[in-house]
Design a protein around this ligand. Structure first.
Ligand SMILES: [Zn+2]
Length: 423
């Protein structure tokens, strides 16, 4: 306790210390505490206050924490599979009441945390429950160990599909890399249909669960082949609601590419990255054909996201799902607000070398604002290459493919904007 000892001059300071001890310091300790002790500091006053019955000093009082913490046994550590394939360990507890609620499960976040806290199956543990947050294990109580407790190891294979699990560098999370892992189904479907993704109204969590349980839907592609008759056979579906649901599912086919990219649950690709990628590449096919380097050219996209995207589209499971969605007639396109009237509308452009006045970023944003698309490598589908000083292999490749090569001045002329020294 010594590092957290404080001298308080007023009662308010005592209250502040007690509050901090309970709400801040406690969670940082690697041992369990249930309160603190407040003592009168002056030896003279200690003498004067005295001791009751020879053992209870009047100059010291225990401050016990509010009872939102309980002790119980950690019966088991199990894992589930999240929608991106992340393997999440959780604690199975001997049921215990905390603040009027029976707690049976607690989150454990990841393997590192379990190792750091030295949690062993069979341990007595302190469990904390605060508000609506999933209960957490604060720490084990090593004094209560009998020797029968067992250290826990993350499984090597996915508990649902058996695929060997992977761990990315610099990341605490462990993943099942199988994109079509059944463990990812339910959460994946819930995410796919959610408001921020494909926004299919009328598909509640319970309904998705029902569709999965009935074997009608295994992946998002299956949603699009659901029929009126199939749904009517299920419990809880009436004629009218069924029509509305089928209509909502079919309508989602024309959602813009950015929503689809978010909906797919590609690792590390959230709503913002999905938007950047969709705006840059314009179509799903262009994104699927892109290399990690091409994707890194998109402003705001780093290596983690780029690798996640490439891994997803090069995975047979990912490709299978995309094929299914394509056959279902999904749009796969990002509407371009500026494209229709833009001077470079529909053009695919590559920039290489150092331009005389424009930075690479500035040139890219000007091309995009004019409706053009900037990619990282020259191919037959490149409309023209903008070459500056010290242009290298891209220039050679453009020459060999017969791709038009222009300089910055010509680019600016085509964008219809004169070069100025301020840009
Ligand atoms: Zn799996």
């Amino acid at each position: 306790m010594a590092p957290h000892r404080k001298r308080a001059k007023t009662l308010a300071e005592v209250e502040k210390w007690a509050y901090d001890l309970e709400h801040k310091i406690r969670s940082e300790l690697n041992f369990a505490i249930d309160g603190g002790v407040v003592k009168v500091d002056s030896l003279r006053l200690q003498e004067e206050l005295g001791v009751v019955g020879g053992r209870e000093p009047r100059w010291a009082i225990a401050r016990k924490f509010a009872p939102d913490i309980a002790e119980t046994r950690l019966l088991d550590i199990q894992v589930n599979v999240g929608r991106t394939g992340a393997i999440n360990p959780f604690a199975v507890l001997e049921p215990v009441e905390i603040g009027g609620v029976i707690v049976k499960l607690a989150t454990l976040h990841n393997e590192d945390l379990i190792v750091a806290k030295d949690l062993r199956v069979g341990d007595w543990v302190q469990v904390k429950r605060a508000g609506e947050v999933i209960p957490q294990i604060i720490a084990p109580i090593p004094e209560k160990r009998t020797g029968a407790e067992k250290p826990w190891r993350m499984p090597k294979k996915c508990p649902v599909c058996g695929t060997p699990l992977t761990r990315e560098e610099d990341e605490a999370a462990i993943y099942c890399p199988n994109i079509i892992c059944p463990g990812r189904q339910l959460e994946g479907l819930v995410h796919f249909t959610s408001r921020g993704a494909m926004d299919i109204r009328g598909l509640s969590y319970a309904r998705i669960e029902q569709l999965v349980q009935e074997g009608l839907v295994k992946d998002p592609g299956d949603l699009y082949s659901l029929t009126h008759e199939q749904l009517l056979e299920l419990e809880g579906y009436a004629d009218k609601g069924t029509d509305a649901l089928i209509t909502a599912i079919q309508a989602s086919k024309s959602q813009p590419l950015n929503r689809l990219l978010n909906a797919l649950g590609i690792r590390h690709v959230g709503a913002i990255a999905a938007q950047l990628l969709a705006q840059h590449f314009g179509t799903l096919d262009a994104l699927m054909a892109a290399s990690a380097d091409d994707i890194l050219n998109v402003r705001g996209i780093g290596a983690t996201i780029a690798n996640g995207v490439v891994a997803y589209f090069s995975d047979p499971g990912g490709q299978k799902l995309i094929d299914k969605l394509r056959r279902a007639g999904l749009d796969f396109k990002e509407p371009r607000a500026v494209a229709a009237g833009g001077a470079l509308s529909g053009k695919t452009i590559v920039i290489t070398g150092t331009l005389p006045t424009l930075s690479r970023t500035k040139a890219t944003s000007m091309i995009e604002a004019a409706g053009g698309r900037v990619t990282g490598s020259v191919s037959k589908s490149t409309d023209f290459l903008v070459a500056g000083e010290e242009a290298g292999s891209k220039l050679e490749k453009a020459k060999s493919l017969g791709v038009a090569i222009i300089d910055e001045a010509e680019l600016l002329r085509r964008i219809n904007r004169p070069a100025t020294s301020s840009t």
